[in-house]
Write a protein that binds this ligand. Sequence first.
Ligand SMILES: CC(C)(COP(=O)(O)OP(=O)(O)OC[C@H]1O[C@@H](n2cnc3c(N)ncnc32)[C@H](O)[C@@H]1OP(=O)(O)O)[C@@H](O)C(=O)NCCC(=O)NCCS
Length: 180
Amino acid sequence: MTAVDLDVKFRLMVETDVPLLHEWIQRPHVAEWWDGRGASAHLEDTKRKYLPRLRDSSSVKCHFAILHGEPIGFIQSYVALGCGDGWWQDETDPGVRGIDQFLGDDSKLGQGLGTRMVTAFVRKLFEDPSVTKVQTDPNPVNGRAIRCYEKAGFRIVGKIVTPDGAALLMVIEKGCARAA
Ligand SMILES: CC(C)(COP(=O)(O)OP(=O)(O)OC[C@H]1O[C@@H](n2cnc3c(N)ncnc32)[C@H](O)[C@@H]1OP(=O)(O)O)[C@@H](O)C(=O)NCCC(=O)NCCS
């Protein structure tokens, strides 16, 4: 196996990926922390929510994380400025990206894979010269996610209230990203 085989890679989701995404967000280890625990059991609802995000014009970009050619997780990035619906209303910097993510297989949790995925994705985001900062906002009681993001180089800014409820804002500035 070469070093390249060990890298987590990313590809933009396409419409035919939505059923797998839907299956993942039903799994208890994801549902516990995703969509304010409100993920719908109906595929049509998941399509309604995620298909618009697959358009070129969307400021949210949905990816599958790929390892050894197989999808292992979901990760989306968004432009924080102008999110709407009460999100990130104080943001003035167009270079800030936010990320949300999970691993699809609960047997893979807690083994460093999430840290590799997030580290590689942040590095990819920072390849865009216009990106200044990456943020993520785990539930303040999601200790595993918080520890993972710290290992990936994020620092805790503090507790905030988002339209989805209480969250812990964590950021990583350009120049502080770790090598994957
Ligand atoms: C969040 C997620 C992507 C992290 O990936 P992961 O592969 O499980 O994380 P890692 O193994 O890289 O790191 C987890 C760290 O948290 C630690 N940890 C595990 N449970 C913990 C807990 N309850 N409290 C504090 N730390 C915990 C682990 O020991 C590990 O730290 P260490 O390497 O210093 O020992 C993954 O767990 C996941 O998909 N979870 C379900 C969905 C979710 O929570 N998504 C995030 C929404 S913000």
